[in-house]
Design a binder for this molecule. Structure first.
Ligand code: NAD
Length: 471
């Protein structure tokens, strides 16, 4: 058993700011060489990316352990294996997705060939967060490469061990004119954002997303923004309450609540609450034992700033603590905490992004749905019920990035579903073909010959009523 050590973050030294113009130019030059256009080349690179993950499983899972104290096996499953299966899915489908598609013709183009060409966009920038630091780099990287782009990745400085691992290992597999890792914090990212990219995918929080979008606007660069929000859970009395509590507990406390899709709060009616809390207590003990702090399965808060943010809310909440315990700042530890709160509680203002689960008591489903619809659009919404009509109401009466019924997080694992937010939870989408399309320009190409002139002869001047009648 490894000794549990608190994670200390090194302050950054104040070295001179590099310019990224040359790096972007080098990538653009390589893109212009046309090498990335070949689907064979792209498949070779995806295979190499898979090899990078397979050969460095230990280094990557270890880096996440150092950054988040998340168990190696969990990272292997949640991040590395997920990325590998995504690559395999792309390798299987890429020929099909990348080929030009022939589309239906109109009467006047009956002799022509209208085709949609799948053009790569060019130089892509991916800016990643710290919470799933490996997959939040690799999952967007896969479609960007598959679509034939070159990529610059800016990992989060908060997950510094993962950032350093990518910085060290990626150059062993890829040339910098194809994939480059740029490490650094706000000053470096600010500098990087001055450059002209052909697409930017940013994963993180809404305030920074506005900075990214404003920088992209200067060059009219398209953006995909993968953000967060307060993902609600509704548990109805007709559901399997025990299993609902188990699934919510898993999705809430995996990675210590620092998951963009994590249940942010739960809404129940008063008859459901006691059983739900009782089951949740039981499963928390089953998952993490009596001493959560000693459990290898319970991750830590990323840093002291985030610890203090959640701690302050815990001090200010008016809610009653139903489950919880002692916090430890030096160890960045906050135990699974469940609160009985009102809708106006401090925990109900912003995305919690930590191990605290507020429970709100509602009178009925309508009240819960209205509360969701009144707030900002979340990245995900969840409902536990056996009643299809209730599910339909959540689907039609609220807006969110996605929905899983009778579970949490799971819609993200389906390659054939788009992943992304709506409103404040983001714009654009990726995963599977949706990712390929995000990093592709669908270019309309109409092939014509020199025959069939009579079909379009009426377009030529001089115009006349007679010609108009023919059109
Ligand atoms: P973060 O603080 O690491 O920021 C993300 C990136 O933005 C980093 O690379 C960082 O260097 C950069 N950045 C930060 N401030 C900047 C600035 N002023 N200018 C330019 N760049 C800047 O991560 P975070 O924002 O704390 O991440 C957590 C958020 O991400 C949560 O809201 C979570 O819900 C969301 N998230 C969303 C998804 C998704 O797929 N939709 C996935 C994971 C996390």
């Amino acid at each position: 058993e490894e000794e549990l050590q608190p994670v200390f973050k090194m302050p950054r030294t104040n070295e001179a700011m590099p310019s990224y113009t040359e790096l972007v130019e080098t990538q653009r030059k390589f893109f212009r060489s046309g090498e990335t256009k070949s689907v064979k080349f792209r498949k070779q690179q995806l295979t190499k990316l898979k090899l990078f993950l397979e050969e460095n499983r230990e280094a990557l899972t270890d880096a996440v352990w150092k950054d988040l104290r998340r168990r190696h096996e969990s990272t292997d499953l949640l991040e590395v294996s997920m990325c590998i299966s995504e690559i395999e899915y792309f390798l299987k489908n890429l020929d099909d997705w990348a080929k030009a598609t022939h589309v239906e013709k109109t009467f006047v183009t009956a002799l022509d060939k209208p085709v949609i060409e799948k053009d790569p966009k060019g130089v892509v920038l991916i800016v990643s967060p710290w919470n799933y630091p490996v997959s939040m780099i690799v999952l967007p990287l896969i479609p960007a490469l598959a679509a034939g782009n070159t990529v610059i990745v800016k990992p989060s400085e908060l997950s510094e061990n993962v950032a350093a691992t990518f910085e060290k290992l990626i150059p062993k597999y890829f040339e910098p004119n194809y994939i480059s890792i740029v490490t650094g914090a706000i000053p470096e990212t600010t500098e990087l954002l001055k450059e002209r990219f052909d697409h930017i995918l940013y994963t993180g929080c809404p305030p920074v997303a506005k900075i990214i979008m404003a920088a992209a606007a200067k060059h009219l660069t398209p953006v995909t923004l993968e953000l967060g929000g307060k993902c609600p859970v509704i548990v109805e009395s007709d559901a399997d309450i025990d299993l609902s509590a188990k699934r919510v507990a898993w999705g809430k406390w995996v990675n210590c609540g620092q998951t963009c899709l994590a249940p942010d709060y739960v809404m129940v009616q008063s008859d459901v609450k006691p059983k739900f809390i009782q089951s949740m207590t039981k499963y928390l003990r089953e998952f993490y034992g009596d001493d959560v702090k000693a459990s290898k399965d319970y991750a830590r808060i990323i840093n002291q700033r985030h610890f203090d943010r959640i701690s302050k809310l815990l001090d200010e909440t008016k809610g009653a603590q139903l489950i919880g315990g002692e916090r430890d700042r030096a160890d960045l530890f906050i135990p699974p905490t469940v609160l009985d709160v009102e809708k106006t509680d401090v925990f109900m203002h912003d995305e919690i992004f930590g191990p605290v689960l507020p429970i709100i008591t509602v009178k009925n489903l309508s009240e819960a749905l209205e509360f969701i619809a009144d707030g900002e659009k979340p990245l995900a919404a969840y409902i536990f019920t056996r009643n299809e009509a209730k599910v339909k109401r959540l689907v039609t009466e609220t807006s969110s990035g996605g929905i899983t019924v009778n579970d949490v997080l799971m819609h993200m694992t389906v390659d054939t579903l788009p992943f992304g937010g709506v409103g404040v939870s983001g714009m654009g989408r990726y995963r599977g073909k949706f990712g390929f399309d995000t990093f592709t320009h669908e270019k309309a190409v109409l092939h014509r010959g020199f025959f069939g002139e009579s079909l379009l002869s009426s377009r030529y001047p001089p115009m006349s009523q007679q010609k108009l009648a023919q059109m």
